[in-house]
Design a protein around this ligand. Structure first.
Ligand code: HEC
Length: 450
């Protein structure tokens, strides 16, 4: 069964990212819903990274073919744009990729990770075959070739005195409210989540009037453990009361929540992943926040590097003139995923019966065994690919903004295909909010056709 609705409020939708850091099984293959290839994660196969160690590039004295690409001139500018948002000292990634001496010894791993499109993390296809996205963390084929050619030719340093500066991170500008999270020391939830804590906090942004949220900036308390944040609005008094009650019944600040915000009458109003300090909705648009109500901030802490006290804050920017985005949600809730299947596909089709809208951003969502997702919109005239996620990763869920909107008209048929790898599961997996349950859902942020 597939349901679709335009939902201004009253959505009990579920979001989570989860799991440990290293135990993610490789990509699955085959099956009707599979859109991706059969490549496997190097962490589990060792194929592209030898024995699991990051391999060297050979003779350390061999510093390149004369006239060939160099680190300073050719490679560092690419890394500055696409990697240094995370791979810097004190950044989210576990090691820096700034200094030549850090980069050159792991050249082969960098080639493997970039060519395999696992780094930078950006699970949605951005080749142009299925839409284009704003601020895509996506290397061009030329950039991939430059990195590979540099490693092939011996990783020459070039003029290291002339390394590029990292691009200045975007800034939020005017701040209209701030979500100040209480100080909280996360703790993992073994055995299911040996490295992760999912915690919901009820936080008042101090917006007496509510308003339209157009952008927000996350200031993580501890950069290397803040993996994922989802903001939910509480759209009724009952929802506010329920969230406060959850908090009161739980020890310490906030309460555990894997899937949704743990209450009904909520909407996703924003999602953040590391490396993107400022999240901005498409120009001139935003998401309505109810007046004088707290929000629920769901933090996913990854604790692979140990747990530290956190005091994240999130600055909000409100623009009363911005157009409201609505959520248009399609789900395939009738999931029956048999255990032990590397490439199981689920598919469903629904006829859209809402008002004409332009879809401006897309948020694909599955849980931990979700591997691929494909969303298509068929009108009488043609079929449009709306999202293709060949390497879905619950670790890296985000809201992708289209560079050009996708129109959705009443009568259009929306096909949702989700692929799963249930290897290791012993019982069937069905739809649900728990971390062992699955989902197949896509949330679009949309504007009425003008
Ligand atoms: C949004 C943050 C982010 C960006 C941007 C990013 N990385 Fe990473 N990278 C990580 C994290 C986090 C890890 C640790 C493993 C994991 O969690 O997947 C990692 C791991 C790696 C690894 C080791 C992979 C392995 O398992 O052996 C390599 C190599 C790498 N990154 C290269 C790059 C390169 C090259 C770029 C830019 C072209 C880049 N990364 C951009 C976050 C990022």
């Amino acid at each position: 069964m597939l349901r679709a609705a335009i939902l201004g409020s009253g959505v009990g939708f579920v979001v989570a990212c989860g799991g440990g850091t290293a135990a993610d099984p490789g990509e699955s293959s085959g099956g009707p819903a599979m859109t991706g290839g059969t490549e496997a994660s190097p962490a589990t196969t060792g194929e592209s990274t030898g024995t699991g160690e990051l391999p060297g590039t050979g003779d350390p004295d061999d510093t390149g073919t004369p006239g060939g690409p160099t680190y300073a001139e050719d490679v560092a500018p690419i890394l500055a744009t696409h990697c240094w948002g995370c791979h810097v000292e004190g950044g989210f990634a576990p090691f820096s990729l700034v200094d030549y001496d850090d980069v050159a010894p792991i050249g082969n791993a960098i080639v493997a990770e970039t060519a395999g499109r696992r780094m930078p993390p950006w699970p949605i296809d951005s080749t142009g075959a299925c839409q284009n996205f704003a601020d895509a963390r996506w290397l061009t084929d030329d950039e991939l070739a430059t990195i590979a050619a540099w490693v092939d030719a011996g990783s020459a340093p070039g003029d290291l005195a002339a390394l590029p500066e990292p691009p200045a991170p975007p800034t939020l500008g005017e701040i209209d409210g701030t979500l100040v999270l209480p100080t909280y020391t996360p703790s993992a939830e073994p055995p299911e989540h040996p490295f992760d804590d999912y915690r919901c906090f009820v936080v008042d942004p101090g917006l007496a009037e509510g308003g339209t949220l157009v952008a927000f900036e996350v200031r993580p308390g501890v950069v290397e453990q803040a993996h994922h944040i989802v903001l939910f609005s509480l759209d009724s008094d009952a929802a506010v009361q329920q969230a406060l009650a959850n908090d009161a019944q739980s020890d310490g600040p906030g309460y555990r929540c894997f899937g949704d915000a743990g209450v009904s009458d909520t909407r996703i109003v924003g999602a953040w992943t590391p490396g993107v300090p400022v999240v901005r909705f498409p120009t001139g648009t935003g998401v309505a926040l109810p007046p004088a109500a707290p929000l629920v901030v769901q933090m996913h802490y990854n604790l692979a590097g140990g747990a530290q006290a956190d005091d994240t804050a999130i600055d909000l920017q409100i623009d009363p003139t911005a157009a409201h985005l609505e959520s248009v949600i399609f789900v395939d809730a009738d999931l029956a995923i048999p255990p032990g299947v590397a490439g199981h596909g689920e598919q469903s089709v629904t006829t859209y019966d809402g008002a004409p809208v332009d879809l401006l951003a897309v948020f694909p969502h599955m849980h931990q065994i979700g591997r691929t997702m494909h969303v298509e919109i068929a009108s009488a005239a043609n079929t449009t690919c709306a999202a293709d996620v060949p390497r879905y990763e619950f670790h890296w869920q985000e809201l992708y903004s289209y560079t050009e909107g996708v129109r959705l008209l009443p009568g259009d048929e929306v096909t949702l295909r989700c692929g799963y790898d249930s290897t290791g599961r012993e019982v069937p997996t069905t739809w649900g909010e728990g971390s062992g349950d699955e989902m197949c859902a896509v949330v679009f942020f949309a504007r009425p056709v003008q």
